[in-house]
Write a protein that binds this ligand. Structure first.
Ligand code: NAD
Length: 316
């Protein structure tokens, strides 16, 4: 297929682009390259440095499916410039889906977020439960989903609500809980846990990529909104698991982040998807990469640090 992948230079996008190329697809990546470009060049890969807000600059001719990952991609970055966050995460989604429909694109897959649920006491947070997004980032994900789904009579829309992702990518993120705690243990011998009781679901990055491949392969056999997260763990449980691989002291401090929920992915599993990787795989590979010198505690791996720099240079 001829695919458009927005955010293809990101943590997930970089690995996803490589897999889509290996599957035989033609891939056009559109990305501002805020966090650089770690994509390996390929004859069927076109990489365009562009902003999704500038929708007319996005080549759409012949595109059969869009995987839309380009967003301001976490809570702290979302708070930096609220207008930018809403423009990128919501307005651009609307412009993109309308342009996709004009050009006869058949499928639109959106990277939403499991964080749209906010604080939930239920043991099984399914797609039917109410959304109580807390931050600007969570709110934009909820609204963007709704905007996209309002076009579902004109294009196949699939919204994925991923858990927090873990594991290695050529464009690494160390601001995601499993990766972050593992790096703290390795680099400092000390893990700082904010609160610790909040439960969050997790998904390994290679499973995350497999979820997007699954949606592409299934086509219009599945539509709508799907959770994607498989191990619901408290932050303290993650920290304890990390210390089994990378011994470290655990220090607990107060948290101002109440988000806590246990994601159920039964709906996704019922479509035939099966996870193949675990949180432990993520911990092990981050530890191995650090110990072999391939991975360091680089400030560029923390989105907020890079976004602060991008903003102060007037680059966003
Ligand atoms: N990583 C996670 O744990 C996680 C969990 C749930 C949802 N998601 C969602 O998955 C998607 C990918 O996440 P990620 O972890 O790879 O994040 P990332 O920040 O590494 O990647 C996002 C990419 O989008 C690009 N981008 C941002 N704004 C853009 C714009 N206006 N125009 C073009 N490109 C732009 C950035 O340069 C970056 O390369 C995001 O939408 C994110 O919200 C991620």
């Amino acid at each position: 297929m001829k695919l458009l992948l927005t955010g293809g230079c990101g943590y997930i996008g970089t690995l996803l682009a490589a897999k889509l190329l290996a599957d035989g697809h033609d891939v056009t990546v559109v990305d501002t390259k805020w966090f650089g470009d770690h994509l390996k060049r390929h004859a069927r890969l076109q990489v365009l440095q562009a902003d999704v807000r500038n929708v007319d600059a996005i080549p759409m001719k012949g595109i059969e499916a869009i995987l839309h990952l380009a967003n301001v991609a976490n809570d702290p970055c979302g708070e930096l410039d609220s207008k930018l966050t809403w423009e990128v995460n919501v307005l651009a989604s609307k412009l993109l889906v309308e342009r996709a429909i004009e050009h006869g694109v058949r499928q639109f897959i959106y990277a939403s977020s499991g964080s749209v649920y906010g604080v939930k006491e239920e043991d099984e947070v399914t797609e039917e439960l109410s959304l109580v997004p807390i931050s600007d980032y969570n709110k934009t994900k909820m609204i963007s989903e709704r905007v996209l789904l309002s076009y579902a009579d004109q294009i196949l829309v699939q919204c994925v609500r991923p858990a927090t992702v873990c594991g290695l990518s050529p464009r690494m993120r160390l601001d995601l809980s499993v990766n972050m705690l593992t790096m703290q243990a390795l680099a400092n011998g000390r893990i700082t846990v904010f609160g610790g009781d909040q439960t969050r679901p997790n998904i390994h990055i290679r499973d995350m990529v497999r979820v997007y491949q699954h949606f592409l392969a299934k086509g219009d056999a599945i539509r709508g909104v799907f959770n994607a997260g498989f191990e619901n763990l408290s932050i303290m449980e993650i920290a304890e698991r990390v210390t089994e691989t990378a011994p470290a002291e655990i220090v607990v401090t107060e948290s101002d982040d109440p988000r806590s929920y246990r994601l159920s992915s039964c709906k996704l599993l019922a479509t035939g998807f099966e996870p193949a990787y675990t949180v432990q795989d993520g911990i092990d590979e981050v530890a191995e990469a650090f110990r072999s010198g391939q991975l360091t505690d680089d400030p560029g791996c923390y989105n907020i640090k890079t976004m602060n720099r991008v903003m102060s240079n007037g680059g966003a």
